[in-house]
Ligand binder design. Structure first.
Ligand code: GDP
Length: 206
């Protein structure tokens, strides 16, 4: 597993507190309780890496995880590689000021971050895309940033229902003109973990 060895670096309340903007990183975004922490844990093979929670909206920080630096060749400094867990967003009980704070921080992060190679957007397969998800997709479309959608908790649906949900999302993505890709995922069964990991590794290598 090339994402194994991920380690907690820091939790930040502002972009300026994130690790220096060198190297390559992939950011994980999703509404609160979508299953983002569970996905990060499944992808890195590290059960306790991201804090999963039964209480939505608890994780209100940007969290940086480092991966083993990538050797680039003789005379070249190793490339710093990271995963960034963006704060869960969209949970009703989050106070409006805090919500506005994160909206601005995420927006700033997406616009400014040079090392950002792509977004993994986590969405519950049982629900249609919400405003937050569309905002992320619109942003990626506008900036040509690669976006890969994990339709997670697929174990909650039959195979047939999952396939239908994926087809509907792909249709929506194509009609929206985005280049975003999508797949079925479950951190529970697990399903689609290798596929998602390959996407993350490919993004980190671009
Ligand atoms: P986050 O808020 O997006 O980080 O979501 P968590 O990873 O903390 O998950 C929220 C809830 O959904 C927890 O109760 C998880 O156990 C559950 N969950 C997460 N992923 C899956 C999945 O793939 N299948 C099922 N059935 N439940 C999941």
């Amino acid at each position: 597993n090339p994402l194994q060895g991920a380690q907690f670096v820091l939790a930040a309340h502002r972009i300026s507190q994130l690790p220096p903007d060198h190297g390559a990183e992939v950011a994980f975004a999703g509404r609160s309780n979508a299953g983002k922490s569970s996905a990060l844990n499944a992808l890195t093979g590290h059960r306790g890496l991201a804090r999963t929670s039964k209480t939505p909206g608890r994780t209100q920080q940007m969290v940086a995880f480092s991966l083993p630096p990538k050797v680039q060749g003789e005379g070249l400094a190793p490339l710093q590689v990271r995963l960034i867990d963006l704060p869960g967003y969209g949970y009703a009980k989050v106070p409006p000021e805090l919500r506005e704070h994160w909206k601005q921080e995420i927006d700033g992060y997406l616009h400014q971050r040079q090392s950002l190679r792509g977004i993994v957007l986590i969405a519950d397969i049982r629900h249609p895309l919400k405003d937050f998800d569309r905002m992320m997709l619109d942003f990626c479309f506008a900036t040509q940033l690669p976006c890969h959608v994990l339709l997670t908790k697929a174990d909650k649906l039959s195979r047939n229902q999952s396939a239908q949900a994926l087809a509907a999302l792909r249709k929506e993505l194509v009609e929206g003109g985005t280049q975003a890709t999508a797949q079925i995922f479950s951190s529970q069964t697990p399903t689609g973990v290798d596929e998602a990991r390959d996407v993350v590794v490919r993004l980190l290598n671009t």
